[in-house]
Design a protein around this ligand. Structure first.
Ligand SMILES: Nc1nc2c(c(=O)[nH]1)N[C@@H](CNc1ccc(C(=O)N[C@@H](CCC(=O)N[C@@H](CCC(=O)N[C@@H](CCC(=O)O)C(=O)O)C(=O)O)C(=O)O)cc1)CN2
Ligand code: MET
Ligand SMILES: [Zn+2]
Length: 762
């Protein structure tokens, strides 16, 4: 049995190397397979992961990193934090769990939101004064035993108690002054019980993640962190406790953890600003294991092992023991770069996905414990790959570089929005409260099959093209029939709103199988942005032209904005993000200009990830917002006054970035609002936002169809804070994940509600 952590990873992907879990989940949800079949797939995935990690040579293998949906939801269930409306369903444990995750006919799901600054989404626990915490689910213990039975000693991983409560929201019964963190004492008693049971099951280590402390925290919250780990550390019957922080520098909280009576502390040495120099000042580390997050868990580039070893060397005197790890869980990267067969071989030689990162961690661990000679060949291979990438001509496109270097202030500005408005009104002749959608219509199995068939070569480009044209025709006809005012082509030709654009630009490669979980069974294949970005030819104009030829109503051109393209790609790490953003912005600018030239009068540039990339620390936020806003303005300011620029924002709370939303200077902003009952309008009013706004009037994340009168109520509520000339009517987000039956009725309710309200304006 191991007594120290020498090399480890903080977590591993769980969707399956070929998305086995996605398929098993969706088949179970559709009633096509049994619970036993789903559990079987899950067990095989766990077994394979433990064996792989153990065989690769890690000293300490994590467990409980598997989840049927989300690890925060799992933690809530483990400790009995299940709101009444779900236990009242009287369903079995698994279906109660899925009701919390996805909702069903009688209950909506828990709220879902972004996991820190990643594209992973977690379910928000609801905690109130009466939540009765209890160790009601023993999955972490069972999975420890399951792995042990296979001969693999593991380290169970859980979300730590303080981060768990900080991520939770007060439930409906809580008084205004209540904070979930008020319940820390009760929750700690349950963690203590779990730790005791793990100890009796034989677990030597447990990992409790506290990433919340890499964001700004109040003194009271920081005090609670110290309290929690004094309480857990003082327990007599427990495994050794390892607490990693990740996604940034934990600042003072590192001191707090280092002086708590626990055995190991983890630091993220990849996310900026990295400050290993600060670590020697943390005296409490002397009798602890410092788990150094040297291998990037968020990006896919091979690690510069020489430089990682230098960093590790500076830590050797700082802590009692130094272990090597990933900066965060490998959940955020795909499984295996070797499995990619169509990536350009040179670019592929620069990459490390989860499997390769495990090998890097093992190599670093051996270099520290056995000396560099023991892993000479691995270090050489790494050195060569790093040098090859650094020197590659393919990273540079001089034309793009000089274009960025010669940008002038005027390239970021349109005329005053007050003079644009009448020009646009004249060009578009829209009624008050114009109705529209966010862009995508349902991505039917048929559409995806056609794309898969094109990939496999069973259909040719011409028939694929015709298939998409048919789909556009259908979507335009449907929108005309429903009576929408500004139409869209429906985005059938796009596999994903980021991947699609990356596949039509230089400087990117995309993967065949590089899937990363976004939420539940939904995955994305983030493109890899490796070099200077250029757009050799127009991407969307042909589709937009076809769509516009089918109707007299304005068709909205649909593009993804530069910040979102960066946020949802794996981005080169050899130059500031700001410089890369400017290159992407220029490519999108060319596309905007081309759309205008083909006669498109409304162009939407989506920035749903604007808030996601906001740095966790306030001191870095201003600089980010400056370049992010600049990138959007650069992308959208190449058109005439009469061309109406829209943007779309979703998937987050916008309070913190409201000034930036104004600064984007879009003529119309559609923004997720249905679940927050239009509160965002007050935030916008507070800063004098004088432009068009389309607060989403229904939640597209749920299969529920809104009734006309509820949409009408929301619109009337919106009119309390917005003049009718500036109010737009649209759903919360795109419709790609929904089915046609729901979309059809929901849009009819929306159009009917707009007509009702319009009628009462005159
Ligand atoms: N990148 C990104 N991030 C985002 C969003 C987004 O839209 N894009 N939206 C927010 C929420 N996140 C989401 C993430 C994924 C999906 C989603 O629907 N993903 C699809 C995959 C989309 C895709 O890439 N589709 C491809 C490949 C589809 C596929 O799996 N094809 C099958 C074969 C075809 C079939 O029979 O279905 C295969 O290859 O095996 C295509 O259409 O071409 C899924 O998991 O099912 C939705 C929302 C926030 N972050
Ligand atoms: C995640 S935002 C989605 C915007 C995109 N235009 C769509 O409708 O799908
Ligand atoms: Zn959206």
């Amino acid at each position: 049995m191991t007594t120290t952590i020498g090399s480890t990873v903080l977590g591993y992907p769980r969707i399956g190397p070929h998305r086995e879990l996605k398929r098993a989940l969706e088949s179970y949800w559709a009633g096509r397979s049994s619970e036993a079949e789903l559990r079987d797939v899950a067990r095989t995935l766990r077994t394979n992961t433990w064996r792989e990690l153990s065989d690769a040579g890690l000293d300490s293998v994590p467990s409980n990193t598997f989840s049927y949906y989300d690890q925060v939801l799992d933690t809530a269930v483990t400790f009995g934090a299940v709101p009444r409306r779900y236990t009242d369903l009287g369903a079995n444990a698994l279906d109660t769990y899925f009701a919390m995750a996805r909702g069903n006919d009688s209950v909506p799901p828990l709220e879902m939101t972004k996991w820190f600054d990643t594209n992973y989404h977690y379910l928000v626990p609801e905690i109130g004064p009466d939540t009765s915490f209890a160790l009601t689910d023993r999955t972490p213990i069972e999975q420890y035993r399951e792995a042990a039975a296979l001969g693999v000693t593991t380290r169970p991983v859980l979300v730590g108690p303080v981060t768990f409560l900080l991520l939770a929201k007060p439930d409906g019964s809580a008084p205004a002054t209540f904070r979930p963190l008020d319940r820390l004492g009760d929750l700690l008693a349950c963690y203590a019980e779990l730790l005791r049971e793990l100890h009796h099951a034989g677990a030597e280590w447990v990992q409790l993640d506290e990433p919340a402390f890499t964001a700004d925290r109040s003194p009271a919250e920081k005090e609670r962190l110290g309290h929690a780990y004094r309480v857990l550390g003082d327990l007599t019957e427990r495994p050794k406790v390892f607490v990693p922080t990740y996604f940034g520098d934990a600042g003072e909280s590192l001191h707090t953890l280092a002086t708590a009576p626990i055995e190991a502390v983890g630091v993220d040495l990849v996310a900026g600003p990295v400050s290993p120099d600060r670590l020697p000042g943390i005296t409490g580390l002397r009798d602890k294991t410092l788990v150094a997050g040297l291998v990037d868990g968020r990006n896919i580039w091979r690690t510069d092992l020489d430089s990682a070893l230098c960093t590790a060397a500076t830590l050797l005197g700082v802590a009692g023991n130094v272990a090597v790890s990933t900066s965060c869980s490998l959940l955020h990267v795909p499984y295996d770069a070797e499995a990619e067969t169509s990536i350009d071989p040179q670019v592929k030689s620069w990459l490390a996905f989860a499997k390769q990162k495990v090998d890097e961690v093992v190599t670093l661990g051996r270099a520290l414990s056995e000396g560099r000679e023991a892993v000479g060949a691995e270090l050489n291979a790494s050195r060569e790959a790093i040098a090859d990438r650094g020197a590659s001509e393919r990273l540079r496109n001089e034309r793009v570089r000089s274009r960025v270097d010669t940008l002038r202030p005027g390239d970021y500005r349109r005329s005053e929005c007050a003079t644009r408005r009448p020009a646009q009104q004249h060009a578009l002749r829209l009624p008050p409260l114009p109705t529209t959608t966010i862009g995508s219509f349902p991505q039917t199995a048929d559409v995806r099959k056609a794309r898969a068939a094109l990939r496999n070569g069973t259909i040719d480009r011409t028939s694929y093209h015709q298939r998409m044209v048919d789909e556009i025709q259908r979507v335009i006809a449907l929108q005309e029939e429903i009576g929408l005012d500004v139409l869209v082509h429906g985005e059938p030709e796009r596999n994903d709103m980021v991947q699609y654009f990356s596949e039509h630009m230089e400087g990117f490669v995309s993967t065949d199988n590089g899937w990363v979980q976004s939420y539940g069974s939904r995955c994305v294949r983030p493109p890899i942005l490796f070099g200077d970005v250029a757009r050799p030819r127009s991407i969307t104009t042909e589709w937009a032209k076809i769509a516009q030829s089918l109707t007299d109503k304005p068709v909205k051109g649909m593009l993804t904005g530069p910040v979102t393209i960066l946020a949802w790609s794996f981005v080169r790490d050899d130059q500031p993000l700001e410089d890369t953003a400017a290159q992407v912005a220029l490519a999108i600018r060319d596309e905007v200009v081309d759309l205008e030239a083909t006669g498109i009068r409304v162009i939407q540039v989506d920035e749903p990830a604007l808030r996601e990339l906001l740095p966790l620390r306030a001191e870095q936020q201003r600089d980010y917002l400056r370049w992010a806003v600049d990138a959007f303005r650069l992308a959208t300011s190449g058109v005439a006054e009469r061309t109406q620029i829209h943007t779309h924002l979703c998937y987050s709370e916008f309070g913190e970035v409201i000034d930036a939303i104004v600064a984007l200077d879009a003529d119309v902003t559609s923004i997720e609002a249905a679940r927050s009952r239009m509160e965002v309008l007050d935030d916008l009013n507070a800063v004098g936002f004088g432009r068009g706004v389309g607060p989403g009037v229904y939640d597209i994340h749920s299969p529920r169809v809104p009734q006309t009168d509820e949409v009408e109520k929301l619109l009337r509520a919106a009119l309390e804070s917005m003049p009718a000339e500036r109010l737009w009517v649209n759903p919360d987000c795109g419709l790609k994940t929904r089915g046609y039956a729901e979309v059809d009725s929901a849009l009819r309710s929306m159009v009917a509600a707009a007509a009702q309200v319009r009628g009462s304006l005159q």
